[in-house]
Design a protein around this ligand. Sequence first.
Ligand code: GMT
Length: 383
Amino acid sequence: MRIGIVCYPTYGGSGVVATELGIALASKGHQIHFITYRRPARLTGFHKSIYYHEVSPIDYPLFDYSPYDSALASKLVDVVLHEKLDLVHVHYAIPHATVGYLAKMILRSKGVHLPIVTTLHGTDITIVGNDPSYAPVVEFGINESDGVTAVSQQLKDSTLDQFSITRDIEVIPNFIDFRRFNRKNKAHFRKAITPNGEFIVMHTSNFRKVKRVDNVIRVFHGISKKVPAKLLLVGDGPERNNLEILCRELKICEDVIFLGKQDAIEELLAISDLFILPSESESFGLSALEALACEVPVISSDIGGLPEVITDGFCGYMKAPDDIEGMTEAALSILSSPAKLKEFRKNALTQAKKFDIEKIIPIYEDHYKRVVERSRVTLKKES
Ligand code: GMT
């Protein structure tokens, strides 16, 4: 198939999923066209059958905000017409689902049919999507899509709860590529970071309030009082300054390493002993899955789609997002028992295998086939 993919090209989870999906589909013989305002962060190197089309809204003194939606719709129309795409898959509903609809209507006026698949990722439904400034547009975009998927059952349920949805939503979880995420032997790297054999605790995110990185630091503070440990904080974002202040207050600056944004997350996970993700809202938690795939047990909050990713007491523990004491105890119960750490690491890999990319890509392919077939039937009926 010839498939267009629209996503945010940043380090966010939805962009990562969209990019990995495109790469995997291309390796199965599909032709993939990324349509976005910057080359996606994970789309590096040359890939046969992958094309990138840049959306460049023009600057004009009249605009305080350049109209990205119009520029994206125009680019979609152009790419669909010239590359003869079979469908466009948009990731993150805002504004992509409605822009997809707009492009579809423009193409219809030219006698071309374009099915749109929308994947809901999380904040496009929760924190951002249900805000009155976007909600009607989100609901319309979902209902007008030809196929809709959500990354967890919990996200599907919350979409149905908050909006009047007339479309079926198929749950297709995030996935992991074990060729990239696995426990490589990085002993030399580990020795460089922890020359005295300390445990390595890790967290990665966009350091937004919702991720509760402050609680990662508080839990780590409790851990480091009992066992020697270092905390690797990967990523960056609006909370960074507050987090540095908190580390100073707790007097743990020496043991907390802010690494900034990193491309080779798998190399850091490969030397980690524990991953902490105490988010207030998380539709799936791709970073937790990446940790599990690298045999790193996870301590997380028990909210959103996380219980679909982590099995409590098997490959990690889940507590309320503010239960610092509970998370600290759970972390220590794993780190202070070599046998438990070994067992949880093995279980982490078993759990991650449920989300193997090889299992999930065919589900997307099947979804596409059904959407294209259904659109053909509808089109026939209409003409
Ligand atoms: O975590 C973020 O804020 C980024 C966000 C995104 O859309 O880029 O991530 C969401 O999508 C990921 C991929 O499907 C999910 O694994 C994350 O759980 C989800 N984040 C939230 O729901 C907060």
